[in-house]
Design a protein around this ligand. Structure first.
Ligand SMILES: [Zn+2]
Length: 316
């Protein structure tokens, strides 16, 4: 009997629902993550997409080994509450019960970065005893895998490196602090920096793009636009500062950079790694953290969700 599972990844802009056979995605659907009409309406939309995916594959809920879902926030695994998701405006939402009821099957919830970390760790066949996965997206999240298992803080709010301050009097973050790492080094921060620079430089090639997103910024870099080259270079300094804090504290064996923009890691990661190498506390050590881009990009989150989603809701 084939092991079929469903993995759901609730992103800041869109939600993906994937049918996963063993460790491979065989089919998937996507819809925009819209919370403005209320959590209930979002969950109804999710259920609609979930049923559509099952229907077109000739499946019913009873054919599934498990359903897992990643959420961009802190998920209490004991109560199933999403206790805090600063980018969604979620506070104490009984999300697990709501989603399980709407989908007609038990759903295992977890923080999206934890699941992406777990998915990447399994898919890449990593043997690292300490494996850190950093996602650069709307914000910055991290999943930590120690000795093959997701590391949990006492309240399930671990790995929030996006809210580690890199400028104590910097930009006010929606978490309440100032100068948070994600305000400077998330994909959104990169786009904001690019927009600011573009306004000052009418000659920038970024003006040619209809919509300004990370893809456009990297497109302008591909065209060797000096304005965007300098923006990306500054971005690598900011990114390296946060990664340095992380490495100096944990000295992990492997540090993987994921999230949408990791698809263009070739344009920013080598310079970031060089800046880390120059400043890391352990620069004279024989061994240092291996930093690399994610191999499985957006699939890691979906597969991590599917693999940890168990019918009986007990985690392995
Ligand atoms: Zn913050």
């Amino acid at each position: 009997m084939e092991k079929l599972r469903i993995g759901i990844d609730m992103g800041g802009t869109h939600t993906a629902v994937a049918l996963v056979k063993e460790t491979e995605i065989t089919d998937s659907v996507e819809f925009p993550t819209e919370i403005s009409a209320g959590v209930k309406a979002y969950v109804a939309k999710l259920a609609e997409n979930f049923r559509e995916l099952l229907k077109r594959n000739g499946l019913s809920v009873s054919d599934l080994e498990g359903v897992g879902m990643g959420v961009p926030g802190s998920v209490n695994l004991e109560t199933g509450m999403v206790e805090y998701a600063n980018n969604l405006g979620f506070n104490d939402v009984p999300f697990k019960d709501m989603v399980s009821e709407a989908l007609g099957t038990a759903v295992t919830l977890d923080n999206d970065a934890n699941l992406a970390a777990y998915g990447e760790y399994v898919l890449a066949g990593s043997k690292a005893k300490s494996f850190f996965f950093v996602t650069l997206g709307t914000g910055i999240g991290a999943g930590i895998i120690l000795n093959g298992e997701i590391y949990r803080g006492i309240n399930f709010a671990e790995g929030e490196i996006g809210h580690m301050t890199i400028k104590y009097d910097g930009i006010t973050c929606n978490c309440g602090r100032k100068g948070c790492f994600e305000a400077y080094a998330s994909a959104n921060a990169l786009v904001k920096m690019a927009c600011d620079a573009m306004k000052k430089h009418p000659e920038s090639k970024l003006w040619k793009y209809k919509s300004i997103d990370a893809k456009a910024v990297f497109g302008a870099v591909d065209e060797e636009d000096p304005v965007m080259l300098s923006v990306v270079s500054e971005y690598t300094t900011l990114l390296s500062e946060g990664l340095l804090n992380l490495i100096n504290l944990f000295q992990p064996e492997e540090l993987v950079i994921g999230g949408g923009i990791s698809a263009r890691a070739d344009l920013f990661l080598p310079e970031t790694i060089e800046k880390v190498r120059q400043k890391v506390y352990s620069r004279t050590s024989l061994k240092n953290t291996e930093i690399r881009p994610a191999l499985y990009k957006n699939d890691a989150g979906l597969i991590g969700a599917a693999l940890t989603g168990a019918k009986d809701n007990r985690r392995k």
